[in-house]
Design a protein around this ligand. Structure first.
Ligand SMILES: Cc1cc2nc3c(=O)[nH]c(=O)nc-3n(C[C@H](O)[C@H](O)[C@H](O)COP(=O)(O)OP(=O)(O)OC[C@H]3O[C@@H](n4cnc5c(N)ncnc54)[C@H](O)[C@@H]3O)c2cc1C
Length: 472
């Protein structure tokens, strides 16, 4: 067990002299709000609290703070916007929370090399908007994009709505400036599309949840922005009919949608209570959102008519074309608010982020039904069906007894089934603090030991975001 040092008044004064007094805070309310993410507090067995908040303004600040904390054994937890769903930014051992609110500049849009360079505290939607101003697109698109930071997206390898066509955040990252726990500053990757010089350390950092190094600059790949986008909303009587159609759209119609999202009946019921709006065929078994994009409206119309006919021939109740702003906003507001609606209306739940090979989604959802019957729970299922990534939410009624044991039993049964189906614990939300105890169900001892070894190599004193992913 590593022994960490407490943050004394002297440490706070030293930090102030390193980064400026205005970038250091110890007020209890501030520490409380920077010590949590979107995992509800009732899910932790105790209160986790930072001892001091540091808001660096530059790479030099980050480097100075780490070089100070490392030999003194003071834990440092990097934090983006705190929208994470795994407790990744929760300071499990107290110490310093290093938040990137003040490193929030877009440094460059390079039109020759089609790249954008940003500091870690830039909100994802601002990056998308900056690219769009040049007729380009940054294709990372998590549902939390109006709030999450690009550094947090990289550290979690955030997925989102366009993975089916453009890949996860990692697929769009070319280079990273990283400060190692020792304070040393280094660059991984560059503005190049190919690189086999040494190991791929860029993509070791991507998804490393802040346990290996602190990301201080991100170079992102930009792609041409399509001029026309059309979303189809397709209700189906049953989940199975909706989901079995997904690979067939690509295989038989030879169309790769930019998004392929799924919402079950319970998702729509709960989100409607939250947003106050409903979708057509609200009580259908499942709805798909299928987004396609292109530059030629005639060609796009042909494509969406093909998809529409194909859906109707294969059980769809109707096909709605959202080719105007209002309807498109309604669709995406509905889809993006489901996660928030659950948090608002329920306190006794498990939010899971399972991913299976796409062909096994129907089997996974059958297992979800069985598990819910066994443990007397309700399920809300939605997610990125094109990627096999389903957000399974297990809900216990507010008055129900033994809810923790029932939900825990259901989670374990479901994890076993997910593994049998070739799936894994988390597709995009990460392991963090929340799923750490289940890692061994999915990775064998050899892999867990490799992770521990990599952690020790980057961070021999184990000061950076301790307590996450694996215990050491
Ligand atoms: C309503 C809602 C919808 C969501 N939808 C999606 C979705 O569609 N797809 C998806 O993938 N996720 C989604 N999420 C989860 C979350 O938004 C993502 O994980 C996001 O990438 C987290 O970014 P953040 O800036 O909030 O990071 P935080 O929560 O602050 O931190 C996340 C992790 O990143 C580390 N970190 C942060 N900054 C740095 C840095 N500069 N250097 C090193 N490590 C760092 C932290 O230590 C932590 O481990 C959703 C969350 C909510 C609440």
């Amino acid at each position: 067990m590593t022994h960490y040092s407490a943050v004394t008044e002297e440490v706070v004064e030293d930090l102030k002299s390193l980064v400026g007094p205005h970038n250091v805070a110890v007020e209890p309310e501030k520490l409380a709000s920077y010590s949590r993410d979107e995992v509800a507090l009732q899910f932790w067995d105790r209160e986790y609290r930072a001892e001091v908040l540091v808001l660096p303004e530059s790479t030099d600040h980050v480097s100075a703070v780490l070089a100070y904390a490392d030999p003194r054994m003071i834990p440092v937890t990097p934090r983006g916007a705190g929208t994470g769903l795994s407790g990744g930014a929760v300071p499990a051992f107290g110490g310093i929370v290093m938040a990137f609110d003040r490193m929030n500049r877009i440094l460059e849009v390079d039109l020759e090399n089609l790249t954008l360079t940003a500091e870690p505290g830039v909100v994802t939607a601002e990056i998308q908007a900056a690219a769009a101003r040049h007729g380009l697109e940054y294709a990372g698109d998590p549902c939390s994009g109006d709030a999450s930071f690009i550094g947090g997206n990289v550290a979690e390898n955030a997925g989102g709505n366009k993975v089916i066509k453009y890949g996860t955040t990692g697929a769009n990252v070319l280079a990273l400036e990283v400060v190692l726990p020792s304070g040393k500053v280094t660059w991984f990757g560059g503005k190049r599309r190919k690189d086999v010089t040494g190991l791929d350390l860029v993509h070791l950092m991507v998804g490393s949840e802040g346990i290996l190094g602190v990301i201080t600059k991100v170079v992102l790949k930009l792609v041409p922005r399509h001029e026309k986008v059309v979303d189809l909303l397709v209700p189906f009587p049953t989940i199975e009919e909706a989901i079995t159609l997904v690979p067939r759209v690509m295989r038989e119609l030879k169309i790769t949608p930019s998004s392929l999202e799924f919402m079950d009946r319970n998702s729509l019921r709960i989100v409607s209570r939250y947003t106050g709006s409903t979708l057509p065929f609200q009580e259908a078994g499942a709805h798909l959102i299928i987004q396609i994009e292109g530059n030629d409206m005639d060609a796009l119309s042909d494509q969406y008519e093909d998809i529409g006919d194909f859906c109707l021939e294969n059980g769809a109740l109707e096909v709605f074309v959202a080719d105007n702003r209002n309807f498109r906003d309604l669709l995406w507001k509905t889809r993006k608010n489901i996660a928030e609606a659950i948090i608002v209306f329920y306190t006794k739940y498990a939010k899971e982020d399972l991913v299976v090979p796409t062909g096994n989604i129907p089997s996974l959802l059958k297992r979800v039904d069985e598990v819910c019957r066994k443990y007397r729970l309700e399920a809300v299922n939605f997610g990125h069906v094109g990627d096999g990534n389903i957000h399974v939410n297990l809900l216990a009624g507010e008055e129900s007894e033994n809810w923790q044991e029932r939900i825990e039993g259901a989670r374990r049964d479901l994890y076993r089934s997910t593994k049998e189906l070739g799936g894994t614990l988390s597709g995009e939300h990460g392991v963090g603090l929340k799923r750490k105890d289940y890692l061994g169900m999915f990775l064998d001892e050899a892999q867990v030991e490799l992770i521990r070894g990599i952690k020790r190599t980057f961070d021999p004193n184990l000061i950076l975001n301790p307590g996450k992913i694996v215990d050491i």
